[in-house]
Design a protein around this ligand. Structure first.
Ligand code: N01
Length: 542
């Protein structure tokens, strides 16, 4: 079944797709959005696991495009939990009547450019063909769950869950023996909750994690009132920041920077006292920890001591202490009671480096040492990040060239916004943009605004096709690589999903842009102001 030709098809109805609908409607574009889930929310729709919450303050992890939205939404906590963020997404969908342009339960399986007609054809799994002049891939950075291929996985007779595909219906775990594989952000958030809910929890850890306590404060009404009064100031500070976060302080009415001071300027006694007084979180606030290997190892060593202070059993504490990489290599994980959960009698930690997983059986997991009986097996094993959803969509550009072939050695694009050979197709928060290193909602608004203005420009100027020059892509890739070099993110000991290291066979390349949001936005703005320098355009026949 062929849908009518539209101006734009938007793929995805998470926050990026939702804002794109609203913004593009305002430009008078005829559009449709397609979404695999049954409702809006993206990440917050799929990641419903117990303990899921955001690591950016909610006042800041919110849209700035509508003052009315800002003034009428109440955040119950300073850092909100998944149900509240999903309620916010639903509120936006209701308020701006977004659902009338969204086809839910529609998964796109191919995205193909017809050069003669200058149309994109997007096929859904049910055989519908959506047709459009422009395509906006709002498919998210962490939207393709990774389930590693483990021997015997299909034999397991109990219930299997993935944190990134958690069911909508409540999952009853009371009295059950639950196993969880993975101790990244998802595992660390889920483990304390699962320990409270299940009979026994066995945590299968491969790489230990550095995690610091999350802010647990409820939103105070007087602070919310101050935020509401100063939203515009907060948005200005976000735009001037490196990560889209103002850290706006309702008492001083100023933004604060999270990284300050140098750990190497303190002596050993002062450092220990600081950790005793403030907790492990203080160790991630020093600037030199991210810039200097000695400072980094000084903080890492104190962190390991801190874990021993929190975990009663010294062998478990030693297993939980990271030793092979430093703070700042991976995205900082925030927790609520992670380390102390291992003091509970119903929790067992299995170190898969010491006793490797041999196979999954019909009743549980066998390691080189023993067999663990399980009723439920949970994968908290992350995502095929940043490129996964784009490569899965089977995108074919000019002359049938696939994105998979183009990105065989790693993602190549300009500004994380578009690819040479794929005219009129845009990516929201694509690799090569600040994306996951930025407050996602700020990054999304900036990208969607830029894309909307570009489409508007093309319509006004009679531009038939627009796409980055091949040279712009190689220059941009060199710059993205240059700014990442020398940071802890790309240290030789570092293996993270930012580098694609969590997916077998994925090319090792640091994917997000680490040069800072402000600098990045300036570049995007100057490209637009110059009439899209760095892009090649063809024009409609007169
Ligand atoms: O995924 P991860 P995640 N055998 O890739 C382990 C965002 N997020 O879903 O390190 C055994 O970080 C793997 O072990 P190892 C946030 O940006 C944010 O937790 O590969 N273990 C690791 O422990 C975050 O960074 C929040 O050795 C295996 C874990 O699985 C991103 O999502 C909350 C394995 C995967 O960790 C991803 O986090 C949640 C195997 N074969 C997520 N394969 C917020 O707080 C993998 N693992 C906002």
């Amino acid at each position: 079944m062929n849908e009518p030709l539209r101006d734009v098809v938007i793929v995805g109805a998470g926050f990026a797709g939702m804002y794109a609908i609203h913004r593009f409607r305002g430009l008078g574009l005829d559009l449709v959005a397609v979404e695999a889930g049954t409702d809006v929310g993206g990440t917050w729709y799929w990641n419903r696991y117990p303990g899921a919450r955001c690591d950016v303050p909610s006042i800041e992890y919110s849209f700035g495009f509508s003052e009315e939205l800002e003034q009428t939404w109440d955040w119950p906590e300073v850092f909100s939990a998944q149900p509240d963020i999903l309620r916010y997404a639903n509120h936006i969908a209701d308020k701006f009547d977004l659902r009338r342009d969204i086809r839910f339960e529609t998964r796109i399986c191919s995205v193909e450019y017809d050069g003669d007609a200058n149309e994109w054809h997007l096929a859904s799994e049910d055989g519908t063909i959506f047709r459009a002049r422009w395509v906006v891939m709002a498919t998210g950075c962490l939207s393709v769950p990774n389930t590693p291929t483990l021997p015997g996985a299909a034999d397991f007779g109990g219930r299997v869950l993935h944190t990134g595909l958690w069911p909508k219906a409540p999952v009853a775990l009371e009295g059950l023996s639950v196993g969880i594989i993975g101790t990244g952000s998802s595992g660390v958030q889920a483990i304390p909750e699962l320990a409270r809910q299940s009979g026994h929890l066995t945590v299968f850890q491969r790489t230990p994690v550095y995690t610091v306590p999350a802010n647990r404060k409820a939103m105070r009404s007087e602070h919310l009132a101050v935020f509401r009064e100063h939203y515009r100031d907060l948005r200005v500070l976000q735009q001037a920041s490196d990560n889209g976060i103002a850290n706006f302080n309702p008492r001083s009415l100023t933004g604060t920077t999270l990284r300050q001071g140098r750990i190497l300027d303190l002596d050993a006694t002062e450092r220990r006292r600081l950790v005793e007084d403030n907790g492990l979180g203080v160790l991630v606030s020093f600037r030199d920890v991210y810039e200097d290997l000695d400072a980094n190892e000084t903080a890492n060593a104190l962190f390991r001591e801190g874990i021993h202070a929190l975990v009663e059993d010294p062998i478990t504490a030693e297993r939980l202490a990271p030793k092979t990489y430093g703070l700042g290599c991976k995205r900082q994980v925030l927790d609520r009671d992670f380390y102390t959960t291992f003091n509970r009698e119903n929790v067992t930690l299995v170190d898969l480096l010491e006793t490797p997983l041999e196979r999954i059986t019909d009743t549980g997991i066998t390691t080189s040492q023993t067999h663990y009986e399980l009723d439920v097996l949970i994968y908290a094993t992350g995502f095929d990040a940043m490129t996964g959803a784009l490569l899965k969509a089977d995108i074919r550009g000019r002359d049938g060239r696939t994105l998979n072939a183009k990105w065989e050695d790693g993602p190549l694009n300009f500004l994380g916004l578009g690819m040479h050979g794929f005219p009129n197709l845009f990516t929201v928060t694509g690799p090569g943009s600040p994306s996951v290193l930025c407050n996602m909602l700020v990054a999304i608004e900036q990208h969607v605004n830029w894309i909307g203005e570009c489409i508007d420009y093309c319509r006004e100027q009679g531009v038939r096709t627009i796409e980055p020059l091949a040279r712009s892509e190689t220059d941009w890739a060199a710059h993205v690589n240059e700014v990442a070099t020398g940071t802890m993110f790309t240290a030789p000991t570092c293996n993270s999903w930012y580098l694609g290291a969590n997916i077998e066979g994925k090319p090792r390349m640091f994917m997000p842009y680490v040069g800072g949001y402000r600098r990045y936005k300036q570049r995007c703005d100057s490209v637009a102001a110059s009439g899209y320098e760095g892009f090649e355009k063809t024009y409609q026949a007169a």
